[in-house]
Design a protein around this ligand. Structure first.
Ligand code: SAH
Ligand code: SF4
Ligand code: F3S
Length: 444
């Protein structure tokens, strides 16, 4: 009998990518076939993101597109992830073609839910918690890359920054046991993976229920102990995102200095350079506390590259507040920044704040900050000219089929000519040209 085929489209952050991999692993074990396009699939799932209005709108546009396809009516369409968790049954009204809505902790039950729909149930809603005995295990075949693996270490968020929907869509922080994490990394190493990203909304808030797996690894916090434990597996490259500034202990920098395989890159979202706005955002720190963390990172033995996220146009953000952000960005000399225009999220405390900023003003601030960063970034990237960097060869470049592409340990994209046979290897590339967001070079 032909297997039922499932297509999963992922929108959103790395946690959603990891959830898709986990769902795909469960579905394949249950006998489903995973396919790469929506047209041919019997079941189409959208794993969704709610962090900004635009991401949320995207899923409804995509559902509309799928409904226009020739197979409309013969396909099962489902919504999973953050929009599912937040909107719940309202999605059925909004998009009548949808027959299953499955929240962020219910992914492991997807095979059973799809089975019930196939047997004739019309609509299923599951926004429940993960079952106690569930484990994160993802088969190598479902990973988004055969060389780089996302390893969730903590799910959820307890921070409730006033603009952010994530604590509502992902629930409270739950850390995975350290021995489960290190075993997974060991398995990945044996399957040929060269790089792992330890992921979580706030990795440095990592707090497992027990010590198991951390014995023998010192550190000021459970997260810095975990970093040392993962480093001891011998996997060539370890990266981690996202670090929450308030919980960023300088022992993380010490761990990076001790272990070559802990990569020289820290993503430390600051959101704003103004104490007034940081307070309204409820980030729990001032700009000066943040700058102390930055100083510790800059004083590391190895040069550590830094990236950040910034929200412009938060309610009440004055010209002066915005200038403080520009000043902070200039001081920090980030290797790159992600700028977001504040997007009001229903149900968050910031949605009730006065002093809303117009969209044209948000755009103007976005562009002004982008311009400042462009200058900084051009200089930083140009400083790599003539230097040799280590690159994990991950794919054929999308720009030119003759080029290969990969990342440095400091997470910069590097493209270089030739080397198709080097896929999955770590090579040395001499940088010959610097663009705004990537480097170009030749194999050494
Ligand atoms: N946990 C991480 C990342 C969360 S979401 C952290 O605390 O940094 C990723 C980024 O999206 C955030 O860092 C923030 O810059 C942005 N973001 C979150 N909510 C937003 C909103 N309502 N409008 C605009 N940007 C937002
Ligand atoms: Fe959102 Fe703040 Fe949690 Fe990050 S720390 S996910 S910005 S609430
Ligand atoms: Fe989006 Fe949910 Fe991630 S809202 S950013 S997919 S946690």
């Amino acid at each position: 009998m032909r297997k039922t085929s499932v297509y999963i489209e992922t929108i959103g952050c790395q946690m959603n990518v990891a959830d898709t991999e986990r769902a795909a692993s469960r579905l394949r074990i249950a006998g489903y076939e995973l396919v790469g396009d929506s047209e041919s699939a019997d079941v189409v799932l959208f794993n969704t993101c709610s962090v900004r209005a635009r991401a949320e709108q995207k899923v409804f546009n995509r559902i509309g597109e799928v409904r226009k396809s020739s197979r409309h009516g013969k396909q099962i369409v489902g919504v999973t992830g953050c929009v599912a968790q937040l909107e719940g049954g309202a999605i059925f009204d909004h998009a009548p073609g949808v027959s299953l809505v499955v929240g962020t902790r219910a992914t492991d039950r997807l095979p059973k839910i799809i089975e019930r729909i196939r047997r004739g149930e019309r609509r299923i809603l599951d926004l429940g918690e993960r079952d106690e005995d569930e484990v994160w295990d993802i088969s190598p075949a479902e990973r988004h890359s055969p060389h780089v693996a996302f390893v969730p270490i903590i799910e959820g968020c307890n921070k409730f920054c006033t603009y952010c929907i994530v604590p509502y869509s992902r629930g409270r922080e739950r850390s995975r046991g350290a021995s489960e994490i290190t075993s997974e990394v060991q398995r990945l190493l044996r399957s040929g993976f060269k790089e792992v990203h330890l992921i979580g909304q706030n990795v440095n808030s990592y707090r497992p229920k027990t010590e198991t797996g951390l014995e023998g690894f010192d550190g000021a916090t459970p997260f810095s102990r975990l970093l040392r434990a993962v480093a001891a597996t011998g996997i060539p490259r370890i990266k981690f995102t996202t670090s929450f500034p308030r919980d960023f202990h300088h022992d993380i920098v010490a761990a990076i200095d001790e272990h070559e395989n802990l990569c020289d890159w820290v993503h430390l979202p600051v959101q704003s350079g103004s104490d007034h706005i940081l307070h309204l955002m409820r980030r729990g720190h001032k700009a000066s506390n943040y700058m102390h963390r930055v100083e510790a990172i800059k004083n590391a033995r190895r040069k550590i590259s830094m990236t950040t996220d910034i929200v412009v146009g938060f309610p009440g953000e004055t010209e002066k507040d915005f200038e403080a952000t520009i000043e902070l960005v200039k001081q920090c000399q980030y290797d790159s920044i992600f700028i977001f225009k504040y997007s009001e999220r229903k149900g968050t405390p910031a949605a009730a704040l006065s002093g809303k900023i117009s969209d044209s003003e948000k755009t103007a601030r976005f562009q002004a900050l982008n311009e400042v960063q462009r200058g900084i970034q051009n200089e930083i990237y140009a400083s790599y000219l003539g230097k040799t960097v280590s690159v994990l060869v991950e794919a054929i470049s999308t720009r030119s089929t003759e080029d290969m592409t990969g990342h440095t340990t400091c997470n910069k994209v590097v493209n270089f000519g030739e080397g198709a046979d080097l896929m999955g290897q770590i090579v040395h590339v001499k940088v010959t040209a610097a663009k705004q967001h990537s480097l170009y070079g030749a194999l050494v």
